[in-house]
Design a protein around this ligand. Sequence first.
Ligand code: MG
Length: 258
Amino acid sequence: MKIARFHYDHETHFGVVDGVAVRVLEGDPMRDGIVETGVTLELSDVDLIAPVAPSKVVCIGMNFAEHAAEMHHDGPATPLIFLKPPTAVVGDGDTIVIPPLPGRIVHEGELAVVIGRRAHRVAEADWRDVVFGYTIANDVSARDVMFADGQWARAKGYDTFCPIGPWIETEFDPFERHEITTTVDGEVRRRGFTSDMTHKVSEIIAFVSDAFTLFPGDIICTGTPAGLGGFTDGQTVSITIDGIGTLTNPARNRDDRV
Ligand code: MG
């Protein structure tokens, strides 16, 4: 089942995406379950927004061996956690705004876990109990700022640096071999498979929830596969995960970038 969140008639709703239609839900499916209103809209008539408004976005760094190698790193023995602020989150179709920073702005196409219930110190065997579904994230990163700052909060935390969407797929197995492909203006830049993560989603949920209490709607980005290259003003970044869909965002310079 694909669950989207959208603006329609000046209100925010959740809905079940069914082909070119969306069946409107009552309330928040993470709180209220799947309760249909009986109203069906055309998908093209609604404005999709980020499928959740997370209290926090937790990210896992260097979780694919080939990507760690291209970053000149062996890959961490335990999941490497960092955070992106919720103010960085935008939805499918929204613009990634590039501030006046030195160096490249890099796309990181990633599988994102959507938490469905309050989760604190979850046992690895119980990881499925706290997952609502999965979406796609772009962990946008100012690479040179990461190295210059010595930590990643600013480089990965600018407004619009966390596109997520287009919707949440509730029937998806991250242990299966689902391809993750990132393109810029249609050219493939990164490619990998969910089954190749170093630290699996079960281990990640146990590890992260040992440190942070997770709330419904929180997001965990599971790391990017290998592939280099960035994007600039006027280009469009698309990330496809088979079994979920495609997240597409245009990029433009902020008005103070010369
Ligand atoms: Mg990343």
